[in-house]
Design a protein around this ligand. Structure first.
Ligand code: SF4
Length: 477
């Protein structure tokens, strides 16, 4: 049986795509190789979000080249956003690559591998499935005990942020039918998944394909909900009772609607945390980024979310040192961080991306200024995060346990209702993986919490898994 090895770069979205690549290969008779040297097919799944993505890819291809030279029958494929972005150019730069595959062309991989094995010349397949979008359905892996899973609800992006390559590498927005989404979630939950994260570039712009994005205000909530994102959340909550938590990533501030706020207020399955990218707190910079909201509008939406669900926390993405960002602009970002009270942040120094409109903005910020602003931004967020984590000491949190902590610590790791990472001690012989358990917090770490399971009277033993009676939402386990 032929073996494959998939090397994944970058973001969580890409990890999800790599899973789909593996599933397509397993279904066509491949099995996973334990190391690249043993593989008949090497796939590099690339991400263009981070800096120097192409440079990193070329460096990795350089390390794979000797395998290819030692075994001419080996097939080398490059997939993902850099493949989409570079297409044939990649084949010119690395002529020993056999297949360049865009994110929408994953189902074609086995057939392309067969052609390459039969001596076909190198090929590029980077066609967007605009007219007939395909969303590969996850197949729960019997050997993987997964508590959390991602489900794609849309792909592409109709925003045109001037720093971003996504509209170029992933195309315009395409939406997945709600029936398919709900069906996939039901399958995953039947396979012991307890938490689903709906994913899409602007996930909350989802609407039923073919349906009007703007549902009539006269419609009842149930009727409106059938076609828009908040309604999808209601439908999943109603039709997948075994689901413990339903998260979504990444929402766009422009699509925080009244319906979505109501869903946060009423649906217990939605956690008390939202990651809502903002990028900057300066209206001038937001305009140059083409984000299509002001700092004040962003703050109003986060206030509304907090009002809808008391105790809700927020995190966000930031870019510092965008072309033309002054010290005053940056100070406005810091003000916004304090005003919203973010408890976590993903922040990056701006770096130019090929083919993006921001390349034309010439007034660059020095590397020193970018480094300084990034450090100051993290310092403020860290301070807020520490205060928040410290405030939880002594509290009992509901934690969805994802599995043993890395390393031989004897502890388990999970996430709270608000998304704090919790390292917990379970009673001797008990395996709480996949269960919602009560955990009393005893101390904060730098970015996470430590605690111990409370209510030891109704605990499952290690070995065959038993359902917890306390706090357990009742999924398949
Ligand atoms: S909304 Fe997100 S994915 Fe879309 S262009 Fe802006 S940054 Fe890129």
């Amino acid at each position: 049986m032929k073996q494959y090895f998939v090397q994944t770069f970058g973001c969580q979205m890409n990890v999800h795509d790599s899973r789909r690549i593996e599933e397509v290969l397993l279904a066509s008779g491949f099995r996973e190789a334990s190391e690249p040297a043993l593989a008949d097919l090497l796939v590099v799944n690339t991400c263009s979000v981070r800096e120097k993505a192409e440079h990193k890819l070329m460096s990795l291809l350089g390390t794979f080249r000797p395998f290819k030279e030692a075994r001419p029958g080996l097939v080398l494929a490059v997939a993902g956003c850099v493949a989409q972005q570079e297409g044939d150019r990649l084949l010119r730069k690395a002529p020993f690559v056999d297949i360049v595959l865009g994110p929408d062309n994953i189902p074609e991989l086995p057939a392309l591998v067969r052609e390459a094995e039969q001596g076909a010349p190198p090929i590029t397949r980077t066609v967007f499935d605009m007219d007939d979008p395909h969303f590969l359905r996850a197949k729960p892996h019997p050997d993987r005990r997964e508590v959390t899973a991602y489900v794609t609800v849309m792909k592409g992006c109709d925003e045109r942020c001037t720093f971003c390559l996504v509209p170029y590498t992933r195309g315009s927005e395409r939406y997945r039918p709600a029936d398919e989404i709900v069906g996939e979630i039901q399958d995953l939950v039947a396979g012991a998944v307890r938490e689903i994260t709906l994913r899409g570039q602007t996930v909350n712009s989802w609407h039923e394909p073919g349906a009007e994005a703007e549902a009539s205000k006269a419609e009842s909530r149930t009727a409106a909900s059938t076609s828009r994102f908040a309604g999808l959340l209601w439908r999943i909550a109603n039709e997948v009772p075994g689901l413990a938590r339903l998260r979504y990533t990444s929402p766009h501030p422009r699509h925080i609607t009244a319906e979505l706020l109501a869903a946060h207020a009423e649906l217990e399955v939605l956690p008390s945390h939202v990651h809502l990218p903002v990028q900057s707190g300066s209206d001038r910079v937001l305009r140059r980024m083409a984000r299509r909201y002001t700092a004040e509008e962003y703050i109003a939406r986060t206030d509304a979310l907090k009002q809808a669900k008391p105790g809700l926390t927020l995190s966000a993405d930031f870019i510092v040192g965008f072309p033309g960002e002054t010290e005053e602009d940056f100070e406005q970002t810091v003000d916004l961080v304090r005003r919203v009270g973010f408890v976590a942040a993903f922040a990056f120094k701006y770096s130019p991306r090929p083919y993006t409109p921001a390349l034309k903005l010439r007034d660059e910020v020095s590397e020193e200024a970018k480094d300084d602003r990034l450090a100051r931004l993290f310092a403020v967020v860290d301070e807020q995060q520490q205060a928040h984590l410290q405030s939880l000491v002594g509290q009992e949190l509901q934690v969805l346990v994802e599995g043993p902590s890395p390393g031989d610590t004897g502890r388990f790791t999970g996430r709270s209702q608000r998304n704090e990472i919790v390292h917990l001690i379970a009673p001797e012989g008990v395996d709480p993986t996949g269960h919602l358990v009560a955990v009393t917090i005893d101390k904060p770490y730098r970015h996470s919490l430590s605690g111990y399971m409370s209510g030891a009277g109704a605990l499952p033993e290690r070995g065959p898994r038993r359902r917890l009676s306390v706090l357990d939402a009742g999924g398949a386990s």
